[in-house]
Ligand binder design. Structure first.
Ligand code: FAD
Ligand code: NAP
Length: 460
């Protein structure tokens, strides 16, 4: 049923010789996968992908950890899509600032917002502005060369760091802080981060979760990597695991395997006489209530929580009137990302930090995909599934009654504003320089972190 409807549309386009003009905002996984699906379905469509940065790939470049190079292989698929003659990448175009949503909707038959979630959620507790209380998002951006974060002020000359949150971003950060520097030096981590991390004095990393082991947000692969780190011991708290074993038979398989791994690691611990240099200290049932210190953070005060509710996976944390203090000279807040409204004409749910859409549809010929639509959860695979679904819907619903100017109109608006457009060919020049610079240090690349330098190379 759906496919015959789709076929009618395609025929309708070709007989009228109207080229469907589609604009995707954001060159991360959602943007690329949406494009892939659209060009597969609508053979004669032209798809333009706009990104605020001169370089593509979103969090695959600026989020995924440098010691996880295999995850970045998705870039090969994105490259293939970008090389399709009906697809264009136009970087250095900040939608909402350089061009408005209404201008794009006027110029194109359909617009897909896929601009991700570029802010971080805050705890809104006292002391959050103390020095060395850093957002996880910024720390990740710093080591991955996100231009905005290259000058992040972070002091690693402290013994103990507390990470608030137990998602996979928290796990990535704990691993980067505890990994021997030799293991990072041949990755695409930025040189300045490598240099700062090589002088790091951080020896103990607390990983603080508000709920219990049975609700932990991290996944098994990330936990396994952390507990297997060289020269690092994991110190679980036995009391956090009271009754946990009783629940094991009734847990769903992924949760069961994750819990068994935690228990195995807990059981091994007392029998091993450790001479490790570093310590990972996961702590459950604690909610941060105050960062304390005169100018720089010195202590994290957390409430001791109990869990309430019926369904074991969905229990929520409730503070008691008891507290625990954890000494730390560095605190990293890793409690999730949030999206922003980049243009007043995007219907937006500010409370939850996401666009208002139903199954990815915002309005007629106006869609949202990826983290902007789903909220900042899920891995690249789930983002792909979502982007495919949304673009299938777009292809089914698309109406192209008259020709639209697409990029022709938008490029002239951007020219008037003096915006330098970075094409995919331009990106390939930047890519070449980065790979060349990485060679000497046996790294896959040395990322360029300065936008003006990127633009200079692009213009050559
Ligand atoms: P993004 O990847 O954020 O892409 C959004 C794009 O929009 C960016 O390129 C941005 O520059 C652009 N943009 C923003 N604002 C504008 C604007 N105003 N105008 C134009 N363009 C704009 N998943 C895995 O499977 N494996 C991992 O190892 C992994 N590691 C991760 C590590 C971190 C730290 C994080 C945060 C996530 C990780 N993920 C991982 C999840 C994965 O990155 C996401 O599922 C995926 O990137 C979401 O894709 P997206 O396209 O919605 O958003
Ligand atoms: P996340 O998985 O949602 O984890 C957020 C963490 O913060 C949870 O532990 C959550 O606890 C806690 N939290 C939220 N609000 C809090 C509050 N007010 N006070 C205290 N704690 C709070 O988010 P994320 O780590 O940002 O990851 C986002 C997505 O990217 C995830 O789907 C993740 O899997 C993915 N990712 C994957 C990888 C990888 O594959 N290696 C790496 C990084 C990210 P509760 O559980 O109690 O809410």
């Amino acid at each position: 049923m759906r496919s015959s409807k789709l076929y009618n549309h395609i025929r309708h386009f070709s007989s009228q010789q109207i080229v469907p003009q589609i604009c995707i905002i954001g060159a991360g996984p959602a943007g690329f996968y949406a494009t892939q699906q659209i060009i597969k379905t609508l053979k004669d469509a032209r798809v333009d992908i706009l990104d605020r940065l001169p370089v593509p790939f979103g969090l695959v470049r600026f989020g995924v950890a440098p010691d996880h190079p295999e995850v970045k292989n998705v870039i090969h698929t994105f490259h293939k899509t970008a090389k399709n003659p009906n697809v264009n990448f136009f970087g250095n175009v900040n939608v909402g600032r350089d061009v408005t949503i209404n201008q794009l909707r006027k110029a194109y038959h359909a617009v897909v917002l896929a601009y991700g979630a570029e802010q971080d959620r805050e705890l809104h507790i006292p002391g959050e502005n103390l020095k060395n209380v850093i957002s996880g998002r910024q720390f990740v951006g710093w080591y991955n060369g996100l231009p905005n974060e290259k000058d992040l002020k972070i002091d690693l000359s402290v013994d103990e760091a507390a990470i608030c949150g137990q998602g996979n971003v928290a796990m990535d950060i704990a691993r980067i802080l505890l990994t021997p520097i030799d293991k990072l030096k041949n990755t695409d981590i930025t040189n300045y981060a490598l240099e700062t991390l090589s002088r790091s004095k951080v020896r103990k990393v607390w990983l603080i979760g508000r709920r219990g082991p049975l609700q932990a947000a991290f996944t098994i692969k990330e936990l396994r990597e952390l507990i297997k780190l060289e020269d690092c011991e994991t110190q679980w708290r036995t009391s956090d695991f009271d009754q946990v074993r009783d629940y094991i038979p009734n847990l769903a398989r992924p949760r069961k395997r994750l819990t068994e791994l935690m228990l195995k690691s807990l059981d091994e611990f007392p029998t091993i006489k450790s001479e490790c240099k570093n310590v990972l200290a996961p702590v459950f049932f604690r909610s941060p209530v105050e960062f304390q210190g005169a100018d720089v953070v010195e202590n994290l005060r957390s409430s001791i929580n109990e869990l309430v509710g019926n369904n074991i996976a969905e229990l929520t944390a409730k503070s008691t009137d008891k507290y625990e203090d954890i000494k730390c000279g560095l605190a990293l807040r890793c409690i999730g990302y949030k999206s922003v409204q980049v243009d007043p004409n995007i219907p937006f749910d500010s409370k939850n930090g996401r666009v208002k859409a139903q199954f990815g549809k915002i309005d007629e010929n106006f869609y949202a995909a990826g983290w902007l639509a789903t909220g900042p959860v899920g891995v690249i695979l789930s983002t792909m599934t979502n982007a495919f679904e949304v673009s299938k819907l777009l292809c089914t619903e698309l109406k192209c009654e008259k020709s639209k100017p697409g990029w022709k109109e938008v490029s002239s608006l951007l020219n008037q504003k003096g915006v330098q457009i970075v094409t995919y060919n331009d990106w390939e020049k930047i890519d070449q320089v980065e790979q060349q610079r990485g060679k000497a240090a046996e790294k896959p690349r040395e990322k360029i972190v300065d936008i003006s330098e990127m633009l200079e190379i692009a213009a050559k």
